[in-house]
Design a protein around this ligand. Structure first.
Ligand code: NAG
Ligand code: NAG
Ligand code: NAG
Ligand code: NAG
Ligand code: NAG
Length: 436
């Protein structure tokens, strides 16, 4: 199935992509993603069994020296004084590198542990997001612990939510030991850790639609089924115990699906053979976000402890070539210059921005809650070098370059650019604490 990335098409004008981009193209593409990211076939996995002998080359990075970095307290002072817009900036070299590595953090999902899988170039680790108007301080785990002590923060969503959660855990683990206190579900989809040092609880809930859904599965339906007006109680029923939630969804909405609302079929997305109306996925994703935010407001309004919520905006993928061939996302450096968010990335991001704005109108009547977008689309778009690519499996080229090479150009290597999402999140939490 030689399907190229829909992003190629979506770089045309926005109205073109919105109106005419064939849903079928998304669907074919997403079937491919679905198969290979969520149920990798055993036959293709065979290439990964030969480890760990490697043909590993460490490229020495010829990085220009980083600009002088400010001391933490100076950074903090500036950050305290300025109301930052975290959306606008550029990636600049930073010789300090990440806070953690795949050896020191035990929680990284295998497919995202790029260094231990033999990714040879390490230059992608030495960049920081330089804001146009102010400084973004380096993530300080102790600041996080102090702000979140005696609180429970939960990441809710799909594998991107998990990716962000594992980044946070790895950074926190450099300062205090997380205890895994709960685990449930296939592939560790529901987990809770407790940091005894500060009584901070961190959880992850698998809920790729936020609303109730039945996922496509072997022996089950060959498409997803979504109940767009019913919140997924796997996380919804725990809202009582949560002080902060980070919602993160997107890519699962591209998959073939049948949608139900009020007990009857609302329509479908790519469902040939079924007699349902194609309605695309944008409207459905909007409804799902709306229901999730409304549920948070309804269930937490007037409650003693309140809640704060982030909605992480869409994370772009970077397929440049065919997804099952070597070189699907071959970049080793961030994009140079400013990149515009376009096409599907822009449409998905805008839905999140607008739904947070709409929910904030309601929240104003109640207080005790803060909802904010974690607008990571643009900064992530500018990091085509941050994905596992073929290193989703260990040492993919141990036997030379084979004809089929699976690539993950969707999730992010850990450590990697996704650490910046949590860096920004911490700054917003600090701003909230100052009452701004
Ligand atoms: C920044 O604000 C935090 C609390 O809001 C405060 O604890 C910290 O001392 C401030 N830092 C500086 C350098 O002003
Ligand atoms: C930040 O900048 C972006 C792009 O310029 C803009 O869309 C957004 O509204 C700004 N955010 C805030 C909070 O001002
Ligand atoms: C990971 O970090 C540990 C502790 O800082 C260090 O000893 C080790 O060399 C690092 N590994 C890599 C691959 O950088
Ligand atoms: C620990 O944090 C939880 C919230 O996550 C809170 O309910 C509990 O009271 C806290 N325990 C102590 C001893 O403060
Ligand atoms: C398809 O749906 C339409 C409208 O609901 C209905 O009139 C028609 O009979 C259905 N066709 C089949 C083959 O089920």
């Amino acid at each position: 199935m030689g399907v190229t990335s829909p992003l190629k098409v979506s770089t045309r004008s926005r109205s073109f992509s919105t109106k005419f981009l064939p849903y079928v193209l998304y669907a074919l593409f997403s079937i491919a993603l679905f198969r290979f990211y969520f149920h990798p076939s055993p036959f293709l996995q065979s290439t990964t069994d030969q480890l760990p002998h490697s043909n590993r080359i460490i490229l020495t990075s010829s990085s220009p020296p980083s600009p002088p970095s400010l001391s933490l307290s100076r950074e903090e002072e500036i950050a305290n004084k300025t109301s930052c817009n975290y959306t606008n900036g550029r990636w600049v070299h930073d010789k300090r590198g990440p806070l953690y590595n795949g050896t020191t953090c035990g929680t990284i999902k295998d497919g995202q542990n790029c260094i231990s899988h033999g990714r040879p170039d390490l230059g992608y680790l030495y960049w920081r997001w330089q804001l146009n108007q102010c400084q973004l301080p380096r993530f300080d785990p102790n600041t996080f612990f102090n702000l979140l002590s005696n609180k429970h923060i939960a990441f809710v969503g799909d594998s991107m939510a998990r990716n962000q959660l594992e980044s946070l855990l790895c950074m926190l683990a450099t300062a205090s030991n997380p205890n895994l206190v709960y685990t449930n579900g296939e592939d560790n989809r529901f987990r809770t850790w407790h940091f005894d040092s500060h009584n901070v609880t961190v959880s992850v809930y698998w809920s790729p639609f936020l609303v109730r859904g039945v996922e496509k599965s072997k022996g089950g339906p060959d498409h997803n089924e979504l109940y767009v007006d019913v919140v997924d109680e796997r996380w919804g029923s725990d809202l009582d115990h949560l002080d902060m939630v980070v919602l993160s969804i997107g890519h699962w909405f591209l998959h073939p699906a049948v949608y139900y609302e009020g007990g009857s079929v609302l329509g479908c997305h790519y469902c040939p053979g079924l007699n349902h109306t194609e309605i695309g996925f944008y409207g459905v994703m909007r409804k799902a976000i709306k229901i999730a935010l409304e549920s948070i407001i309804e269930r937490k309004k007037g409650s003693r402890n309140g809640i704060d919520a982030f909605l992480t905006s869409f994370s772009p993928s970077h397929f440049e070539g065919e997804w099952d061939k070597a070189g699907a996302c071959p970049k080793t450096e961030p994009s140079k210059g400013e990149k515009m968010v376009e096409g599907m990335d822009a449409d998905m991001r805008l839905i999140a921005v607008e739904e947070i704005e709409a929910a904030n109108v309601k929240v104003k009547q109640f207080g005790g809650m803060r909802l904010e977008i974690l607008d990571v689309t643009k900064l992530s778009l500018m990091r085509p070098d941050g994905h596992p690519g073929p290193y989703m499996y260990p040492f993919p080229f141990a036997n030379g370059v084979e004809e089929h090479v699976q690539n993950d150009c969707v999730h992010w290597c850990l450590p990697g650019p996704i650490d910046t999402w949590n860096q920004i999140m911490l700054q917003v939490i600090r701003r909230w604490r100052r009452g701004e």
